[in-house]
Design a protein around this ligand. Structure first.
Ligand SMILES: [Zn+2]
Ligand SMILES: [Zn+2]
Length: 232
């Protein structure tokens, strides 16, 4: 099975793994070779369907190996590799001047995710905006599902509730102008509409929607550059 076009982050993927009832599982865990037991709940990987002890597969996912975002048996890619910080915070001296620069120097980091640079000096690249869009899609789908389960109208959740998936979707080390948050609230709301149209099916983010939202954020970011607003 080919990998989906957009992949969740490791945290989203691991959170979404559901324990399988023991009576529906037979055989042994491919990692520890032990029969499945109540001591360690088995989980099935979405996509390829392979079953492992939760602790065994979790250890693999967190091993830091270059292919630790794949199924150990068939190498299905399951999620984006975690962020790597290329350059730790610098001294803040050197290039740049002016109030905006001075503030940004506190976060002199380049963030890399899955081989793509998503932020330079804390400022998102196009890939960075794309990463926020993809993660926001997953986090808003959880929020929508939760709202439906709680018998709330997913389309009328207050802005304050939408802030949570937005906070979760912005990687640490990335700087987002405060004005961008309002735009992200609007994007999150559009995503909630898409979730409601798909409900109760859960849809992967279509590439054309990912592009549309990424374009929007990137275009608006250019307009926001230079605005003296506090950073988020
Ligand atoms: Zn195991
Ligand atoms: Zn597999």
């Amino acid at each position: 099975m080919p990998p989906p076009m957009v992949l969740p982050t490791r945290r989203v993927f691991v959170d979404a793994l559901r324990a399988l009832p023991l009576e529906r599982v037979s055989g042994t865990c491919p990692i520890c070779q032990e029969p499945f037991s109540g001591a360690d709940v088995p989980v099935r990987l979405p996509g390829c369907g392979h079953i492992y002890c939760r602790s065994c597969i979790s250890e693999w996912f967190h091993s830091g190996r270059p292919n630790s975002n794949t199924c150990p048996l068939d190498r299905t890619t399951l999620f984006k590799l975690p962020l790597h910080v290329l350059a730790p915070s610098g001294s803040g001296s050197g290039s740049g001047s002016g109030p905006g620069r001075a503030r940004r120097n506190a976060h002199h980091v380049t963030l890399v995710q899955g081989g793509s640079i998503i932020a330079v000096n804390g400022m998102p690249t196009r890939e960075g905006y794309r990463s926020i869009v993809v993660d926001l899609w997953f986090f808003t789908s959880y929020l929508f599902r939760q709202a439906e389960n709680d018998d709330l109208d997913g389309l009328s959740v207050p802005d304050a509730l939408l802030r949570r998936p937005i906070d979760d979707a912005i990687p640490r080390g990335m700087e987002i102008p405060r004005a961008m948050i309002e735009i992200l609230v609007a994007v999150a709301r559009q995503m909630m509409v898409l979730h409601s149209e798909n409900w109760p099916r859960v849809h992967v983010l279509r590439p054309e929607d990912a592009d549309r939202f990424t374009d929007l954020l990137e275009r608006l970011a250019v307009g926001l550059d230079g605005i003296e607003g506090s950073l988020y």
